[in-house]
Design a protein around this ligand. Structure first.
Ligand SMILES: [Zn+2]
Length: 223
């Protein structure tokens, strides 16, 4: 009771409010679940399609100019074009240029968006072709920050564990059993841009009186 009173007096909430989210699920058949479990076995040593305790949020951009093209790519049951594995790639959320947040996959399901981190991460895609194109779009950025802050509260994810795809190799949660992919990453959301993003996230948390943890941080990748 005393602790609750202290929280109330300090005006600090435990979690940010859930933003508006539009459901646009991609087909996630039993076959795709089985492919996801086999992928998790090959790459992480755990045979499951279930995402149970996500520790990391990974920010991406689609390198396309429309939501529909991203949805179509993620909905495909073909192997991905880059690495040639099934299931195809996906992300839990895609944020459109106008700030609409679409959810494509349940948060209880592993999505293949970041080599080394899919077993414990939530993927957020942004329709755009560069970090700057999202940082420079106030409606899209605002939606992204609100969504990320809500997820941080829901899963107790700390600020340093909100990363850009380009930061994947230095995540303390990175693991990859398949040697050729051990040092594989992408160029979306470079560290300098994620510093800007995390600063904006901390500012939004303060404005909403939401406490965020600063525990953790990058580790040496060995790559
Ligand atoms: Zn990416």
């Amino acid at each position: 009771m005393r602790a609750l009173l202290a929280v109330a007096l300090a005006g600090t909430a435990l979690a940010a409010p859930r933003p508006a989210i539009v459901a646009k699920p991609i087909p996630f058949s039993d076959a795709r679940r089985a492919e996801t479990a086999a992928y998790a076995q090959r790459h992480y040593g755990v045979r499951t399609w279930r995402l149970t305790t996500p520790h990391v949020i990974v920010e991406h951009f689609t390198a396309t100019s429309s939501f529909s093209s991203a949805w179509n790519t993620f909905a495909s049951d073909a192997p991905d074009a880059e690495l040639g594995e099934r299931p195809g790639t996906c992300a839990h959320f895609v944020i459109d240029r106008d700030g609409t947040i679409y959810q494509l996959v349940p948060l209880s399901t592993i999505c293949r968006h970041t080599v080394g981190l899919n077993w414990t991460s939530i993927g957020i895609e942004h329709v755009g072709t560069s970090d700057a194109s999202i940082l420079g779009n106030p409606r899209q950025l605002r939606a992204s920050l609100k969504l990320t802050l809500w997820l941080m509260g829901r899963y107790r994810i700390s600020l340093p564990n909100v990363i850009g795809h380009a930061e994947s190799l230095t995540s303390r949660y990175h693991r990859e059993r398949y040697a050729p992919w051990r040092c594989q990453t992408h160029g979306d959301w470079q560290r300098a841009d994620m510093v800007t993003y995390r600063t904006a996230l901390a500012r939004l948390a303060r404005a909403q009186h939401v406490a965020v943890s600063r525990a953790g941080g990058p580790v040496a990748s060995g790559c």
